[in-house]
Design a protein around this ligand. Structure first.
Ligand code: ADP
Ligand code: MG
Length: 238
């Protein structure tokens, strides 16, 4: 359809995969819960960023997704808002259940930022999240995990600690996010990522995000994602 092609061209959206859904032009079109929509509008956002516009309908189809776009392009909400829809479609948490959504990020700072975005748009009262990172006491993190949270945002090393000491488990994870995949690999987290992903059910949805697309990132995408859609904003050879 010409209008869609025109829009993608204007926004510099490149896609690959079979049966790619049309981008959404407005927040309303993405069919997020009304409490999410109202927060997005309250934040003063006028329209979805290109990665959101094309990434949301792709993620909402339940498909694996590679999202490539430069820093500052809105990748966090590109995976968090579909994560909320995903969580709402799952049965309630039982005591002792691990998270439904796991987001891996390279640094404590980034993990905290992601959780702030979560709190802002996931409405802390409806969806509980916690941040698991090193260089901080484990006690509060363990307590959070024990109360039961739908979303865990973690750096790989500390999460492995928590898994080894059975403070949480990944049996319920069905939505896995690898954020800043390029930076995680640069920092040498590949073995930890592999160890974590091996504990997650294979029929999960996996979403990988990166600002660059070097061979190492291509390799983990090939290893961890199944028949993914890909959306790239800007230059196609990041
Ligand atoms: P990235 O992960 O691609 O580097 P972020 O997700 O951190 O980018 O987003 C950068 C900033 O843009 C954040 O402050 C975020 O709240 C804001 N933002 C996200 N989506 C939109 C939007 N549709 N319109 C305006 N600002 C947005
Ligand atoms: Mg980001």
């Amino acid at each position: 359809n010409e209008e869609i092609e025109e829009y993608r061209k204007k926004k510099n959206i490149h896609i690959s995969g079979d049966g790619v859904p049309k981008p959404v032009y407005t927040f309303e079109e993405a069919s997020f819960p009304s409490y999410v929509l109202s927060e997005v509008l309250k934040a003063g956002f006028t329209e979805p960023s290109p990665i959101q516009s094309q990434g949301w309908p792709m993620a909402l189809m339940g498909r694996d997704l590679i999202g490539l776009a430069e820093t500052g392009s809105g990748k966090t909400l590109a995976y968090l808002l579909p994560a909320i829809v995903h969580i709402n479609a799952q049965p309630y948490l039982e005591p002792g259940d691990g998270p439904i959504v796991l987001a891996l990020a390279p640094t404590r700072e980034l993990a905290v930022q992601i959780q702030q975005e979560c709190a802002r748009f996931g409405m802390s009262s409806k969806i509980k999240s916690t941040c698991i990172y090193g260089g901080a006491p484990k006690g509060p993190q363990i307590r959070d995990l024990r109360t039961g949270v739908e979303i865990v945002i973690a750096t790989p090393g500390r999460l492995i600690d928590m898994l080894d000491s059975r403070c949480t488990n990944l049996k319920r994870v069905t939505y896995l996010v690898l954020d800043e995949a390029d930076r995680m690999l640069d920092m040498g987290f590949e073995p930890q990522i592999k160890a974590i992903v091996s504990q997650i059910r294979p029929d999960r949805q996996t979403l990988l995000w990166s600002a660059t697309w070097p061979n190492e990132v291509k390799a983990i995408a090939a290893a961890f994602l199944k028949d993914p859609y890909q959306v790239t904003i800007g230059s196609q050879d990041l």
